[in-house]
Design a protein. Structure first.
Length: 307
């Protein structure tokens, strides 16, 4: 009797599986996804493929051109200016990523605690992210060129007595400061979203066990917001590697090309100095670097989350 019932249930489940597997997909799903996929291909993948093709030519962005193979790539790897742009970009990207995530996490923990005017503070800290980078960049340029040197002279601080923007060795400081000041808001928002997913009962149980604030953070809070930390690190590094507006507003790549990022170099020389195909090769290389770094980050932090 049991075997008959089991056999009947087995045949019934097989019929259900076959019925669901043969069911057609609602055409509405295609109407929603196919147009979006076409737009992505037209405005993203096709221009990228065009750029990759022109990187194998001597095109100046207009007129006739000849196919030259990988000569642009060979020349690019021998170009000290391009090499410095990559080193400088990675240097400030690491500092910006660390700064935005450290400050953002601290602010998120504080804003998630039981303090008065919590919502008002959240709005205040998020305002910088809503402002234009170029507009704020010009404001910061004035601050670093006039009031700050005057303050340095009044306090007798030599390295602060002149404009940091005109100092080849210290011009990176205003760029990193502006980027961290504006990028922290978004990191804080993501960390706040992660903190609000943690059940308060976990902290109540830890309090009963006598866990202090430091242990509370490292053993409970930080592991539970691991996915938010991963996405924050990836987004922060990606955004900082593409630093462009900050360079335009603050230094213009100077002094003496010391603060040129890869994005700024591609724009400046690719569109303004007749190096279209050469900078297309640079752009393709930079895309590969960004993809590799994003993959390594996701792999590394993903493995940490599993542990």
């Amino acid at each position: 009797m049991t075997n008959a019932n089991d056999a009947g249930r087995g045949r019934s489940s097989k019929r259900k599986v076959s019925r669901y597997s043969s069911r057609k997909v609602d055409p509405a799903f295609y109407w929603m996804t196919v147009p979006a996929a076409i737009l992505v291909c037209v405005f993203l993948y096709w221009p990228f493929l065009q750029g990759a093709f022109y990187s194998l030519t001597n095109s100046q962005g207009y007129g006739s051109w000849d196919f030259i193979g990988i000569k642009n790539y060979i020349a690019m790897f021998q170009d000290s200016r391009v090499g410095h742009a990559y080193l400088f970009t990675i240097f400030i990207a690491v500092l910006i990523t660390i700064g935005t995530n450290m400050i953002g996490m601290v602010l998120a923990v504080l804003l998630n605690s039981r303090i008065a005017f919590k919502n008002a503070f959240r709005a205040i800290f998020f305002i910088p992210y809503t402002l234009s980078v170029l507009v704020i960049g010009y404001v910061f340029k004035y601050i670093f060129m006039t009031p700050l040197p005057a303050l340095g002279q009044a306090l007798g601080i030599d390295w602060l007595s002149t404009s940091l923007i005109s100092n080849p060795d210290l011009a990176w400081i205003p760029i990193v400061f502006l980027s961290v000041w504006q990028g922290t808001a978004y990191s804080t928002l993501l960390y706040l979203a992660g903190l609000q997913t943690i059940d308060t009962e976990v902290y109540e149980a830890a309090a009963i066990d006598g866990v202090n604030a430091w242990q509370n953070f490292w053993q409970i809070t930080f592991p539970l917001i691991g996915p938010f930390f991963t996405i924050n690190m990836v987004l922060s590094l990606k955004n900082s590697l593409g630093a462009f507006d900050q360079i335009v507003a603050l230094t213009g790549g100077g002094p003496d090309s010391k603060t040129e990022t890869v994005s700024y170099l591609i724009f400046k020389n690719g569109l303004g100095n007749g190096e279209y195909s050469y900078q297309m090769a640079n752009a393709v290389t930079f895309f590969i670097v960004l993809a590799v770094l994003a993959f390594v980050q996701l792999k590394f932090f993903g493995d940490k989350e599993k542990v």
